[in-house]
Write a protein that binds this ligand. Structure first.
Ligand code: PBG
Length: 343
């Protein structure tokens, strides 16, 4: 925030100098607006999330209009599109068949689970031309829809961390480049880093969902991975952050960096740009934001009604992340935005 005294001086200065100072001069022409632009959005800023299911073809997700779950047979075309458009990273989320969901989420550590098969297929197609990110949390695999193991209605921390380490290991061994823990258990970054080191995966990155809030904006994602029915009316409030908190996000980021995170993520995105700004200005590390499913659903629904200009709100919302300090954005608009950003 600009101190009161400086604001006063600025206003005196401008008043004294009108018409010498006309703020609109530099806004008059497109060439001038481009020349003075402080922030830029490019394809290099995009992480493209995809939902995969065990089958063929595509399945629409009702609460995410325009986003489909894809079968493994669709991966080559998806990879081809990402590479052609220049998108740096794809993030994979599995819609696990419900008969494979159990209280202990054992499928999460199966080296042949859907995510691992998808990673192998993407790497087979793209090699190092495309980065692959995998989420680490148990909710796509647990019959209760929680991100960890549950005992006496409480998500237990340390036992969960052990499972998350095994989940990270199988994903890294399948070829994943970026492990992205989204579970919010304490101490998991160090434990996962140690696991990756001892598995010889020293160059696999960790992008920690360091500041992740207990948000109602995740609803459509839970539909897409089929966990909303499992979770029911239970909440994730005992591990995800309270939306009332701001300083606590910095504490979380500091811990995750100390534990070995390479990059950090703030989630959700648009309602939490203040957190993005504080994280980037405090730590100066690569900082990402997740424009989550509910944000996509809002903008997309309004655009589908003709109430918002779809292309313009996509680009404006993504540029706002850059202005707040984000180095990149995980967004369901990634493929569409990449097309709009082609030179
Ligand atoms: C898994 C996970 C969630 C999201 C990303 N990883 C759901 C949750 O925490 O309940 C939500 C992303 C979105 O809404 O787009 N832990």
């Amino acid at each position: 925030t600009v101190p009161e005294k400086v604001l006063h001086e600025m206003s005196q200065f401008s008043r004294a100098n009108f018409p010498a100072t006309r703020m609109r001069r530099v806004r008059r022409h497109d060439w001038s607006r481009r020349l003075v632009a402080e922030n830029h959005l490019s394809v290099d800023d995009l992480i493209w999330p995809i939902f995969v299911f065990d089958g063929k073809g595509r399945q629409p997700v009702e609460s995410l209009p325009g986003v489909d779950r894809i079968g493994l047979d669709q991966i080559p075309a998806t990879v081809e599109s990402a590479c052609r458009l220049g998108i740096p990273v794809i993030a994979i989320f599995p819609a696990t068949p419900s008969d494979l969901k159990t209280p202990d989420a054992a499928e999460a550590t199966n080296p042949d689970n859907l995510v691992c098969r998808a990673v192998r297929k993407i790497k087979q197609e793209a090699g190092d031309a495309l980065g692959v990110l995998c989420d680490v949390a148990l909710d796509p695999y647990s019959s209760h829809g929680q991100d960890g193991l549950v005992r006496d209605s409480y998500v237990i921390n340390d036992e969960t961390v052990e499972v998350l380490c095994q989940q990270s290991r199988v994903q890294a061994e399948a070829g994943c480049d970026i492990i992205a823990p989204s579970d919010m258990m304490d101490g998991r970054i160090k434990a996962i880093r140690d696991t990756l080191e001892s598995a010889g995966k020293t160059n696999v990155q960790i992008m920690s969902y360091a500041a992740k809030y207990a948000s109602a904006f995740y609803g459509p994602f839970r539909d897409a991975v089929g966990s909303s029915g499992n979770l029911g009316t239970a909440s994730k409030n005992t591990y995800q952050q309270d939306p009332a908190q701001s300083d606590e996000a910095l504490h979380e980021v500091a811990l995750d960096l100390a534990e070995g995170a390479d990059t950090v993520m703030v989630k959700p995105g648009m309602p939490y740009l203040d957190i993005v700004y504080r994280v980037k200005s405090t730590f100066g590390v690569p900082t990402f934001a997740y424009q989550v499913s509910g944000e996509y659903a809002m903008l997309s629904a309004a655009a589908n009604h003709g109430w918002l200009d779809r292309d313009k709100v996509i680009l404006e919302s993504l540029l706002a992340f850059k202005r707040a300090g984000a180095d990149g954005v995980l967004t369901y608009f990634a493929e569409e935005a990449a097309r709009l950003l082609q030179p």
